[in-house]
Design a protein around this ligand. Sequence first.
Ligand code: F6R
Length: 611
Amino acid sequence: MCGITACVTAAADRGDDGDVVDVLLGGLRNLEYRGYDSAGVATTAGDGVTVVKREGGIDELAEAVGVVEPTGRAGVGHTRWSTHGAPTDANAHPHTDCANRVAVVHNGIIENYQSLREELAADGHSFTSETDTEVVPHLVAEALADGATPDGALRAAADRLEGSFALAMVVRGHDAVYAARQGSPLVVGVADGRRFLASDVPSFLQHTRDVVYLEDGDVVRATGDGHEVTDRSGRPVDRPVESVDWQAEDAERDGFDHYMLKEIHEQPAALERAVNGRVSADGDVHLEDFPPGSFADVSDVQFVACGTSYHASLYARQLLAERGVPAQVFSAGEYATTPAPVDEDTLVVAVTQSGETADTLQSVRRAAADGARTLAVTNVVGSTAARECDDALFIRAGPEIGVAATKTFSSQVAALSLLVERLTGDVTGTAGEHRDDLLRALDRLPSDVQQILDQSGPAGLADRFRDREGHFFIGRGVGFPVALEGALKFKEITYEHAEGFAAGELKHGPLALVTPDTPVFAVFTGRHDEKTLHNVEEVQSRGAEVVGIASEASADVAATVDEFLPIPDTHPAAAGVLANVQLQLVSYHVADLLGRSIDKPRNLAKSVTVE
Ligand code: F6R
């Protein structure tokens, strides 16, 4: 949802030219998953600010940069996912003031931009875009004209803004980058003789793993020699430098055609990390910050999440229900405006890969304000969710670049399964009769997933499902969220119609849509498979072809369905993760055959930081 990046170097002192343009382009490429409809950079050198921006992706921008040849030791860059104004050259960031003295990039939404724009226009400012962002350089220019320093001017501008923003700017004549954060993510990268700023760490991961996570209200002035963080009144604030354990290679494509395929193949390693050290040899769960008894006071569990994370939450709710612990799952977009009642014994679990999804953050803020205890289950250590919630459980999947979530779903389910174990033990006082089997199945998940990846099942099927009227996905128990997730992945990257249903729900309406031209993907987990087989027969009798995803030992399923995608035989609670890997591969191969933009599907962005 828009990516911003910035870099400043102290190279003049070190004898090289310290030009940041290539670093900015590289930083933007690493952030393209956040937005890809237009992009731009601005640098400051000597007495000028040079802006190059284009509709399209980073390749189009790089072409334009090759023509204009901007240079500078300080610069900002942006890759956009449009909210205000179409993806045009004019609406692309950076935006400047009338005198081209200030160039600003922005992620977020400025809610009061209309009134600010009218006020600035009345004072003689002219605007060249339809964006909310463009008011910012004009506000900064006003403050500079009143004698403010650049960081003081940014503070003055930020004070006038309502909404959410991460802003980065360069100012003519200053070899520095200035930035402010309010409600949208922003991190500083610290390297010898260089500072980076970005919406997300992968932007500069090849240069440094030392980062400073900024907080709302922070304003930064960074030069090649250092950086200062102040609050909105200009008082210095101390933000520690932390080291992230992601490697630069984690954010590279590594010979795969797409990040999505690479990330599907990373699932064995990601699952290993999610579970590693969290289950002891004697079969006990060890969740670092959650010793036994951590959840003894919990009387009510509410999950809040969006998209794939919502499906992982449904999966966890099912596991809890099977253990006799009731829980509710809310779509965060709904919860943010219509929250469920909570009290201090309510545990609100925000499941969010990025830790930055605006609806999810808004939901936990509301719940916390009403007294609930909050827990983030996230992939990103310094994310807003991790920092704002009372506690955090990390899924340890490593950076996920493909917009469609794959490995993080598996890792979320693995981490949530362990959380379910801890919660169940604490809330019911019993370990649950099948716990050992489940923990063994979790331990085996990496090799079970590897077994699926070593086969080529879905690749051979793709051609059959490329031009159909619709695609249905059904499942029950944990197979139901997997069916929803299978359909989400399919529609997201193939752009073909797909819907997921609880298997038993089909006959209550959706069956009217089933024809010989609507293949049905049926997920079997080993629990109540006979009922799902009835549902399969229902759709087959309407002429639909059925692809069954079930244990390799399920002779009944194999004999009934039209195509069979086997998964290793395992505990039903883990079978959903395995079935989901098969469905990820189906979606990937169909999308590939259709020539879709798999890593950056149209209209989507990875981190949805606006409500
Ligand atoms: C789908 C997908 C999205 C995200 C959703 C929530 O493939 O990636 O549906 O799951 O936007 O994002 P996080 O988990 O970052 O809160």
